[in-house]
Design a protein around this ligand. Structure first.
Ligand code: COA
Length: 302
C-alpha cells in the first residue's frame, strides 16, 4: 500500500470531487459549495495515490492580525479509511505545523477535534482550551417566531453596504480578522442579519444551507438576549420543515436553556484545541473577546 502513496501535494478546484468523496465517507455534511469556500479562504493539501485518488486532506485557513497576532484554523483532516494507521495523519500534522511556522509571523493553530483526531493532536502539542456544544433541531412543522428586541434595536438583512462593518465586528469578537474567509462565507450564505442598536451595527448572524440542514453561524452579539434575537430571526426566515444546527463555545451556557426550549438538543461536545506558535502548551482558554462569540462559522473554520 505504501508504494502507492505519493508525497503531500496542494489541492485545487480540480480536486473537488475527491475532497467531497473523502468528507462524505466520514458522513460529514459538507457540500461542494463548502469545499469551494474552504479552497478560496485558505489552502488545502493532502496525499494522492498513484491512481490520483486523494488518500488524505487537511485545510488551513489563515486569519489576520487584529491586535492579538495571527491564527490559523486547521480543519477537514481526513485520512481515507483504506490508508489509516500508516502515518498519513502524522504527516499532515507535520506539514501543517511546518507551514504555520514558516509564515512571516509564526501562527498558533486552532482546531475542533473529533474523538478520532484527539490523540493525534495531543501528540503534536495541541491542548484543549474549551468545549464546543453542537446543537441540532430536527425539522418540525412549527415556524419559529423572532424573539423581541429592545426599543432601539432592529434586525436588518445583511447587504453589500454592511459587509465591512460586520467584518470589523467579527474581528473584535473573534480576536483576529477573518476577512478572506468571511467574504467567501457571506457569498455562500442564504441569509445574513445585522443587529442595529441605536442605528449602530452591534451584531450579526449568517445562515448557510447544507442539504436539508440550515447552519446558524457565525453569530456575534453583545449579549444573550440579542444573540437569541439573531438566532430566532434567522430561523424565522426558513420555511417549516427545516432542520437547524448551531455550535456554541461552552462559555455561552447561559443561552442553552433558551435553545432547548426552541427544540434544539445537544448532538456532540467536541474540544476546541490550540497549539501555540512555539508548540509550548498553554490552556488560557479562548480570548476574553470571545464572550460576544455565540455561534462558530463551522468546525472547519476553528
Ligand atoms: C484521525 C485520522 C486523521 C488519523 O489518521 P491516520 O493516518 O490513521 O493517523 P496516523 O497513522 O498518523 O496515526 C494513527 C495511529 O497509527 C499509528 N501508526 C502510524 N504509522 C503506523 C504504522 N506504520 N503501523 C501501525 N500503526 C501506525 C500511530 O502511531 C497512531 O497510533 P495511536 O492511535 O496509537 O496514536 C484518521 O483516523 C481519520 O481520518 N479519522 C476520521 C476523520 C477525523 O475524525 N478526522 C479528525 C478531524 S478533527
Amino acid at each position: 500500500m505504501s508504494a502507492q502513496i505519493g508525497p503531500i501535494g496542494q489541492c485545487g478546484l480540480q480536486d473537488l470531487p475527491e475532497l467531497l468523496r473523502l468528507s462524505r465517507a466520514q458522513e460529514w455534511p459538507h457540500e461542494e459549495e463548502d469545499w469551494r469556500t474552504i479552497l478560496a479562504a485558505g489552502e488545502v493539501f493532502g496525499h494522492r495515490s498513484s491512481a490520483s485518488e486523494m488518500l488524505s486532506c487537511a485545510a488551513m485557513i489563515p486569519y489576520g492580525d487584529s491586535g492579538s497576532g495571527p491564527l490559523v484554523a486547521l480543519g477537514m483532516i481526513i485520512v481515507d479509511s483504506s490508508a489509516r494507521r500508516q502515518g498519513l495523519g502524522q504527516a499532515l500534522m507535520h506539514e501543517a505545523i511546518h507551514r504555520a511556522s514558516s509564515a512571516a509571523a509564526s501562527s498558533p493553530l486552532q482546531l475542533i477535534s473529533t474523538r478520532d483526531g484527539r490523540p493525534l493532536y495531543e501528540k503534536h502539542g495541541f491542548l484543549q482550551i474549551e468545549d464546543l456544544y453542537s446543537y441540532r433541531r430536527p425539522a418540525t412543522d412549527t415556524r419559529v417566531v423572532p424573539a423581541d428586541l429592545e426599543r432601539d434595536q432592529e434586525l436588518c438583512p445583511l447587504d453589500e453596504t454592511l459587509k465591512d462593518a460586520i467584518i470589523a465586528l467579527d474581528a473584535a469578537a473573534f480576536g483576529h480578522s477573518r476577512n478572506r474567509m468571511l467574504q467567501q462565507r457571506i457569498a455562500q450564505a442564504e441569509r445574513g442579519l445585522v443587529l442595529f442598536d441605536k442605528a449602530k451595527p452591534v451584531g450579526y448572524g449568517l445562515l448557510v444551507q447544507q442539504g436539508d440542514l440550515a447552519n446558524l453561524g457565525p453569530v456575534i452579539a453583545p449579549d444573550d438576549a440579542t444573540a437569541l434575537s439573531i438566532i430566532t430571526g434567522l430561523m424565522s426566515t426558513q420555511s417549516e420543515g427545516s432542520a437547524f444546527r448551531i455550535d456554541l463555545p461552552a462559555r455561552q451556557k447561559a443561552l442553552f436553556p433558551a435553545l432547548e426550549s426552541l427544540g434544539f438538543t445537544e448532538n456532540d461536545v467536541p474540544p476546541i484545541m490550540l497549539r501555540s506558535s512555539g508548540g509550548a502548551q498553554t490552556s488560557n482558554g479562548l480570548p476574553e473577546a470571545h464572550r460576544h462569540y455565540y455561534g462558530i462559522a463551522a468546525q472547519a473554520f476553528g
